[in-house]
Design a protein around this ligand. Sequence first.
Ligand code: ZN
Length: 132
Amino acid sequence: MKIKKIDHVALATRSIEDATKIWKEMGMDIHYEEVPEQKVKVAMIKIGDSRLEILEPTAEDSPISRFLEKHGGGLHHIAVEVDDIENAIDELKSKGFRMIDETPRVGAGGKKIAFVHPKSAKVLLELVEAKI
Ligand code: ZN
């Protein structure tokens, strides 16, 4: 498994509009999309070679709604880019890591993603495969 870089850092918020305001004012390029499978609206802000992801829940039973109830917002997860996600999942499992996703699913931007359980990684960690 090769971790190439931090792909993005994700913040959870009740209002994307509010949370992206400062970045808009700084003239950053913001890409918006909705990921119905995860019941979230996503704003992706490109910052050099990395991105800041801002997540707003679209339903009460969204995982982001539950996170906001518990933590009130802030850092939700860190995502790292890997070259081969199936390979990375197998390697982490063989090392005893607990995966939330044992097989990759489709995340923002149509990329293959998988989450590592925060009990294992100390923070919610997302693996993102570079190629689509
Ligand atoms: Zn993410």
